[in-house]
Design a protein around this ligand. Structure first.
Ligand SMILES: [Fe+2]
Length: 531
């Protein structure tokens, strides 16, 4: 079964909207290329496009990306879209597959090419390309590019993971989330692209499904919220046309997992936010379309190819003996939000299968640092001053039994240096994950680092007035900041340093980045201290 077969008929497509466009990427003549070949030194030549290909229009409008680094390789991504916002959602491409060539080199000038191949960009997958490269050296930097007809893509840089279990002295990575395109410029991505990193982890809200608004800094094209595959494709096309986002992708391999806004605000498994407005059937069709567009636009492996309404995103990536990165999905398997039932032990955040997988993974053997990269706030967070308590029902506070059970499991099995990474709330936080959140004297079991948004919420502030209440009511919350930015982490055998990198404006171009605060987690001592 080829990877796209199970998509046919299982997902909504917009074939009815097909119009024959004037965009021809080389016509039928190019289809004779040796699809699937990846041998070096073959007859394939970058400098000599077939004559039929002369009519190509620049198709690489959405940039290039790499992701999910393994010791032997990465997945390389691009999508052909000479007309990215075409109303039919086809990016200005014809309704037939076209070969796209890729190559990987040790140098930016492509003098030392080490891998090449050709992959079909299929209309069923929006003419996206996901080339899984293997046979590369572990822990090594590479450069990559694509070619369609005579057109060359921009060059991306990537890095493979270290050999399994190999001693690794240092891993530098950033984590990000929440990049509402209408809220402001992607200055934080421009600054992120200038960092020296091995990896970027994106914790969700890559796009927002909200309807166009005139109050934002930038305006979405189109009307209403996306519903069809074509709608979602065009939402991604709009976001991914941004040069700063493209630079950030081109600079590092990314590991991604989605949150709610890639589909619908606060959805839970098969339940939309507003069941009165969307039927279950309509929501599931929408979920399938949104998952497919997510896959089509990001450097995900075939193991994360959507199957109907399901998308396998929870997974573990390992970085030598230093870091195990457990990527969690807190949307697709959860019980519906309920303030009244927040203590009900029958309710689940991860779903039984994922929870068992995670419990087994963190029980060992593991690397020295164990990251839980996930979406929503993990630590208890009481918003109300005084003895009365109030909590978010969308974060782990709405799934108390699952949260406490996972926390207790980490402690019971002695997971080495657990660090929970969180997005969603558009603010930076540092939290001690306590054995009993209501007892400040109880043991600290793990550390939670929460990253602010890239842009959602517009220009930030240092703190809100309500943050003093949160800090007073929740002594395990050590730090809150609401500027825009990302979190840069340098992990070594002796400790983890988290730098909360912020930009003061996203409504004026070119703002510099500064470190608002740095926190250190010492090896073997959960909880972060000011650096
Ligand atoms: Fe968000």
């Amino acid at each position: 079964m080829t990877p796209h077969d199970h998509l046919d008929g299982a997902l909504p497509t917009d074939r009815s909207a097909l119009t024959r466009r004037q965009v021809l990427l080389g016509g039928a003549g190019v289809a004779g290329a040796a699809v699937g070949a990846s041998t070096l030194g073959g007859a394939w030549a970058w400098a000599a496009p077939p004559p039929q290909a002369q009519a190509v229009r620049a198709p690489f409008t959405l940039g290039v990306a790499s992701g999910d680094p393994l010791p032997g390789g990465v997945v390389l991504w691009t999508r052909l879209a000479p007309e990215p916002g075409a109303p039919d959602g086809r990016g200005g491409m014809p309704d037939r597959p076209l070969p796209v060539q890729w190559e990987v080199a040790e140098d930016e000038g492509f003098g030392r090419v080490v891998a090449r191949g050709t992959q079909l960009a299929r209309p069923e997958l929006g003419h996206s390309v996901h080339a899984e490269v293997d046979g590369l050296r572990p822990g090594a930097e590479y450069f990559y590019r694509f070619k369609a007809g005579p057109e060359l893509s921009p060059v991306g840089r990537t890095k493979t993971a270290p050999a399994p279990g190999a001693r690794l002295d240092r891993l530098a990575f950033a984590f990000t989330s929440c990049q509402s395109w209408t809220s402001g410029l992607y200055t934080a991505h421009a600054r992120l692209a200038e960092e020296d990193l091995d990896l970027v982890v994106q914790l969700g809200d890559y796009v927002y499904e909200g309807a166009p608004t005139s109050s934002g800094f930038r305006r979405h094209e189109g009307d209403g919220e996306p519903v069809t595959l074509g709608d979602y494709r065009n939402r991604y096309a709009q976001y991914k046309g941004d040069a700063d986002l493209q630079a950030s992708h081109a600079a590092f391999p990314w590991v991604l997992v989605l949150d709610d806004h890639e589909i619908d605000n606060n959805w839970a498994d098969e339940v939309p936010q507003d069941p009165a407005v969307q039927s279950r059937e309509a929501f599931l069709a929408r979920r399938g379309a949104a998952f497919q567009a997510y896959y089509e636009h990001l450097p995900l492996r075939r193991s994360s190819m959507p199957r109907g309404i399901d998308l396998q995103l929870y997974r573990r990536l390992s970085f030598g003996d230093l870091v195990d990165l457990h990527v969690l999905d807190t949307r697709q398997y959860r019980s519906d939000q309920s303030t009244a039932a927040r203590l009900d032990p029958a309710r689940t955040m991860l779903g039984d299968e994922q929870e068992q997988w995670l419990r087994s993974a963190v029980a060992g053997p593991t690397a020295q640092w164990n990251v839980l990269a996930q979406q929503v706030f993990f630590s208890q967070r009481d918003f109300t001053r005084g003895p009365t308590q109030s909590f978010s029902d969308d974060g782990w506070d709405g799934y108390v039994a699952d949260r406490n059970g996972l926390r207790d499991h980490l402690a019971a099995v002695g997971t080495s240096n657990p660090v929970i990474l969180t997005g969603d709330v558009h603010a930076n936080y540092v939290c001690d994950v306590k054995a009993d959140f209501d007892d400040p004297a109880s043991r600290t079991v793990a550390t939670e680092l929460v990253g602010t948004s890239i842009s959602t919420g517009g220009n930030g502030v240092d703190q809100n007035p309500g943050d003093a209440v949160q800090l007073a009511e929740n002594p395990h919350i050590r730090f809150i900041n609401r500027n825009r930015g990302y979190v840069r982490n340098v992990v070594t055998a002796s400790g983890w340093t988290a730098d909360f990198r912020v930009v003061d404006s996203i409504t004026t171009a070119g703002a510099p980045v500064r470190t608002r605060a740095s926190y250190v987690i010492e090896d073997g001592r959960p909880g972060a201290q000011p650096a």
